[in-house]
Design a protein around this ligand. Structure first.
Ligand code: AMP
Ligand code: MG
Length: 431
C-alpha cells in the first residue's frame, strides 16, 4: 500500500467531505472578455473607475435651474418671475453661468449651470420660455444630483470575486471597462461507467431489455452548465480497466480542470474506477461519505486535476454533484460564496430516517397560505428513482442526529436546499 493509499479517509460527514475537496481546489487563471461575453462570469481583478459618476452636477427633473435665494418666497399668490436666458438639453451645456435673478430651462440629466443650486420642477411653473413664473418654493435647494454621487474617480467600481450580472455589467460599461479580466470557466469532464449503459441513440437495446440509457451523462453535463462550467463529454466507459483508463487519459488531452466520474465506485465486482485511478497514480483523499443518497462518493487528484467520484445511481450522482462538485466549480470560477443557504421550511408530512446518515430527500416546496415555505416529499425515495428528482424543486435535509429520535412530525421545521431561485415562485404577485 502506498503512502497515498494510507492517507485515504473514510466515512467523512458531508461538511468534512466538502471541505476536503475545497482544500485541493483553487480559482482558475483569468482571461480578458468583452462585456458582451462576461455575463455570469467572475471578475478576477478590481475595476477602478477613471471618472466620477455622474460626471457633472446634473438636473434630476425637467424644469428651471435657479438660485434658491431667488425663489425662496415664491407662492401661488406671489410667484417669483424670472427671465429665462437659455435652454439646456440632456446632451447640452449652458453657454454661461446663471446670473442672479434669472432662470435657465433645463432637462433631466443636463449639467446644472454654474451659479445654480436648484432645479424647479416644471409642474410648479407656467412653463414660460422667455420669462417664467415660479409658483412654489418647495424645490429651493433641491433636484441637483452632485458630480461623483455614484462613484468618484479612483473608486473601485466592481470588486474582484463579484459574479457579473446585469447591474455589474452596467456599472463596468459606465466606467469605460469595455473588456474585463474574468476567471476562466472550468472545463469539467464527465465520464459515465457501466457495461449496462448506452446513449439514447441506441434506445432499441433498451426496448430489447438489455441496456439502460446513461442518464447521468445528461444530468451531470447539464448540472455543469447550470453551475457555470463547461462540460466535456468523456463518454461512457464499459466496466473494464482499459476502457476507463482510456477515457481518463482523454480527460488530460481535453485539458479538463475537474473530472467527474459516475458509477463504478461501489464495492461491486466490476467497480473498477477506483482501481484504475490508483494505477494512474492518482492521490485518493477520501472514499465514502456519511450521506444518503451518495454514500459511495470519492475524491482524489489525478496529477493536479481534482477528481470527484460520484456514485452511479441517478439520484445519488445528482445529489452528490450539488454537495461536492458544485462548490468546487464555484471555487474554480473564482466565486467567493460557495454553499447554498439552507431555507427553513415547515413539514407538511412526517419524515423518518432509518440509518444514521445525513439524508437529502427529494421534496416539493410551496409557499403556504401563511406566506412561508412548506415541504412535502415527492414520494418514494429510492436512489434510482430519477423522476423523484425531476418532480422535486428542493432537497430536504434530515441531519443524522435525527436518527433514533423517531419521526420528524408534520408542522415541525427542517432545512431545505431549493434548486435555484425558481423553487418558490408564486402564481400571483405576492407583494
Ligand atoms: P454503480 O455505482 O456503477 O454500482 O451503479 C449503481 C446503479 O446506478 C446501477 O443500477 C447502475 O445501472 C446505475 N447507473 C450507473 N451509471 C449510470 C448512468 N450513467 N446513468 C444511469 N444509471 C446509471
Ligand atoms: Mg456500475
Amino acid at each position: 500500500m502506498t503512502h497515498a493509499e494510507n492517507a485515504v479517509r473514510t466515512s467523512l460527514n458531508v461538511r468534512e467531505a466538502a471541505a476536503a475537496i475545497l482544500a485541493d481546489v483553487v480559482p482558475l487563471a483569468s482571461e480578458r472578455l468583452t462585456l458582451a461575453d462576461a455575463l455570469g462570469r467572475v471578475l478576477a481583478r478590481d475595476v477602478v473607475s477613471p471618472v466620477s459618476l455622474p460626471p457633472w452636477d446634473n438636473a434630476s427633473m425637467d424644469g428651471y435651474a435657479v438660485r434658491a435665494a431667488d425663489v425662496a418666497r415664491a407662492s401661488g399668490r406671489e410667484p417669483a418671475v424670472l427671465p429665462v436666458s437659455e435652454t439646456i438639453a440632456a446632451g447640452g451645456a449652458a453657454s454661461r453661468a446663471l446670473a442672479p435673478g434669472t432662470a435657465i430651462r433645463i432637462m433631466t440629466g443636463a449639467p446644472v449651470p454654474e451659479g445654480a443650486d436648484s432645479v424647479i420642477r416644471v409642474e410648479d411653473t407656467d412653463r414660460g420660455s422667455d420669462v417664467v413664473a415660479i409658483r412654489d418654493a418647495r424645490d429651493a435647494g433641491r433636484n441637483v444630483r452632485p458630480r461623483g454621487e455614484d462613484l468618484r474617480a479612483g473608486d473601485v467600481a466592481v470588486e474582484k470575486g463579484t459574479v457579473l450580472g446585469p447591474a455589474q455589467l452596467g456599472v463596468l460599461a459606465s466606467v469605460g471597462a469595455g473588456s474585463v479580466e474574468c476567471h476562466r470557466r472550468p472545463r469539467v469532464g464527465v465520464l459515465a461507467t457501466g457495461d449496462e449503459l448506452v446513449d439514447v441513440d441506441r434506445f432499441d437495446e433498451v426496448t430489447a431489455g438489455r441496456r439502460i440509457v446513461s442518464s447521468n451523462s445528461y444530468t451531470l453535463r447539464a448540472s455543469v452548465v447550470v453551475a457555470g462550467g463547461v462540460p466535456v463529454d468523456l463518454g461512457v466507459a464499459a466496466d473494464d480497466r482499459a476502457a476507463i483508463r482510456d477515457r481518463l487519459a482523454h480527460a488530460r488531452e481535453a485539458a479538463c480542470d475537474l473530472v467527474l466520474t459516475s458509477g463504478g465506485v461501489s464495492v461491486g465486482e466490476f467497480d473498477f474506477t477506483r482501481e484504475v485511478l490508483r494505477e494512474l497514480g492518482a492521490t485518493r483523499r477520501f472514499w465514502r461519505v456519511r450521506v444518503r443518497p451518495g454514500g459511495p462518493s470519492g475524491f482524489g487528484l489525478l496529477g493536479d486535476t481534482p477528481w470527484i467520484g460520484l456514485p452511479g445511481n441517478p439520484v445519488s450522482s445528482m445529489v452528490t454533484f450539488e454537495l461536492f462538485a458544485r462548490p468546487a466549480i464555484r471555487r474554480q470560477r473564482g466565486e467567493r460564496l460557495l454553499f447554498p443557504r439552507p431555507l427553513t421550511v415547515i413539514l407538511d408530512e412526517e419524515v423518518t430516517i432509518s440509518v444514521p446518515l445525513t439524508h437529502f430527500l427529494r421534496a416539493v416546496l410551496a409557499t403556504g397560505d401563511d406566506g412561508v415555505p412548506h415541504a412535502r416529499l415527492t414520494g418514494p425515495q429510492g436512489s434510482g428513482l430519477l423522476t423523484s428528482m425531476a418532480r422535486a424543486n428542493a432537497l430536504l435535509v434530515v441531519p443524522l442526529e435525527h436518527h433514533g429520535r423517531g419521526p420528524v412530525r408534520a408542522g415541525e421545521t427542517l432545512h431545505a436546499l431549493p434548486f435555484g431561485e425558481d423553487a418558490l415562485l408564486t402564481r400571483d404577485f405576492a407583494l
